[in-house]
Design a protein around this ligand. Structure first.
Ligand code: UD1
Length: 421
């Protein structure tokens, strides 16, 4: 298994290109299932999760052509509406095939994604929504089995804000008879990106980006082209890496518009951040002070502070001046990086869903273990500022969600290399 070796102490400087968003690309790949005509996508990131999703779609009969960041999907020959456990177990987002398959084929068998390190993460809301639209849904032998002659539009209310739940139900509703209204919908930019792609395919959707989405079902969707939005979490991660090292970098192909709450907190910590927009491109410039001020955060659904940025902010608070209170309200077990950061010399106390972090003057390199995707990013940021060598083990999570992270960091001046553990 691979590990990363980081020699800390380098200030990041230069320019980095931000990739397409993993969390927008995954549901949009599944949207291809809704049409018998080809969907052409640009800016699809080269990530293991994307590879897994493409394999999953291929074994359902979808034709996939991939050329760099361009992917064309043709679900004209869709013949096997099944997502087997062997494929689903490595990626929870596989549940996103459930809505489109049920809508297009009238049937779907999708393995339950099971638990994952950061929490139980059930899919009851996805199931409840499809049932309200008339599907008969049973859970047997670890599989969700949905069956329906034709989905019917309905008024749906999710008990909590769920991103993939909203996306699954929005996709299903596109081919339902009549109007569906999703209340308490997720407002994440990735939901809006999906709605834009579906609209280009002929769907009738309004309200995406608000907490009430209205979908008027149509008989069928057609082919379309769509460009995946920039990855706001990758953007935020590079902003944190620059901030932690007192660096100055430009991030291209992305914009501050997607991450106000993160930019706000980095400005509170003493960074200078500005967005630049020309007719053809967008970028962000960050200039960090020599030492950051600690910032308190509370994670919550968009537009509040994203849970996917909590771990990276914990890393920067570890070396900032003062102390911070960090509250995680989305996932019940998302502080696993804290014990690893403590191994590097951080001062962190955990009480339930709250972490109290007091900045220290320096972290010291050590061997640490990455436990999930964003935890891996936080350990890299800590490694970049720690004195001496940090070995980050179990980095397979990173390759699921960050495109070429070590070469991007190397180009910014970091000393980081991949090795066999
Ligand atoms: C998505 C993102 C993930 C991000 C998360 C929260 C993708 C592919 N993944 O995950 O990176 O961390 O949003 O912003 O977009 N819940 C239920 N029942 C359900 C659905 C959700 O109880 O049926 C709970 C979850 O356990 C969690 C909360 O609702 O506590 C929010 O989860 P959700 O928004 O669904 O996360 P994902 O869509 O899986």
């Amino acid at each position: 298994m691979d590990k990363l070796i980081i020699e800390g102490g380098q200030r990041l400087a230069g320019e980095v290109a931000i990739s397409g968003a993993k969390n927008a690309a995954l549901p949009i790949l599944c949207a291809a299932l809704l049409s018998a005509e080809p969907l052409e996508l640009a800016n699809v990131p080269d990530l293991n999760d994307i590879g897994t999703m493409l394999k999953l779609l291929e074994q359902m009969g979808v034709k996939v052509a991939r050329d760099g960041h361009r992917v064309t999907l043709d679900a004209g020959g869709l013949n096997n509406p099944v997502a087997p456990y062997e494929m689903v177990k490595t990626m929870r987002a596989s549940i996103l095939v459930l809505g489109p398959l049920t809508a297009r084929c009238g049937e779907a068998r999708v393995s339950l994604p099971g638990g994952c390190a950061i929490g139980a993460r059930p899919v009851d809301q996805h199931i409840k929504g499809l049932q309200a639209m008339g599907a008969e849904v049973t859970v047997e032998h670890g599989y969700v089995h949905a069956k329906v002659a034709k989905l019917k539009g309905a008024r749906l209310f999710t008990d909590m804000v769920t991103v993939t739940g909203t996306e699954n139900l929005m996709m299903a509703a596109c081919l339902a008879d009549g109007v569906t209204v999703i209340e308490n919908a997720a407002r994440e930019p990735e939901v809006v990106d999906l709605a834009q792609c579906l609209t280009a395919m002929g769907a009738r959707i309004s309200g995406a980006g608000t907490d009430v989405i209205r979908i008027e079902g149509v008989a069928k969707l057609h082919g379309a082209s769509h460009r995946i939005m920039p990855d706001r979490i990758e953007t935020g991660t590079f902003l944190c890496a620059a901030a932690a090292t007192g660096g100055e970098i430009r991030l291209t192909g992305t914009s501050t518009g997607y991450l106000d709450s993160v930019v706000d907190k980095l400005m509170d910590s003493g960074c200078d951040i500005s967005g630049e927009k020309t007719r053809t491109s967008e970028s962000i410039l960050i200039r960090a002070p020599e030492r950051l001020k600690a910032v308190s955060i509370r994670t919550a659904p968009y537009p509040a502070f994203p849970t996917d940025m909590q771990a990276q902010f914990m890393a920067i608070n570890c070396v900032a001046e003062g102390s911070a209170v960090m509250r995680e309200t989305i996932f019940e077990n998302r502080f696993m990086h804290a014990v690893e950061l403590i191994r590097l010399g951080a001062d962190i106390k955990i009480d339930g869903n709250t972490a109290f972090v007091t900045g220290v003057h320096k972290l010291e390199g050590a061997t640490v273990m990455a436990t999930d995707l964003r935890a891996s990013a936080s350990l890299i940021i800590a490694g970049l500022v720690a004195e001496g060598e940090t070995h980050v083990e179990r980095i397979y999570h990173l390759d699921r969600g960050y495109e070429h992270i070590e070469s991007k960091l190397t180009a910014l001046g970091a000393k980081i290399k991949r090795a066999k553990a």
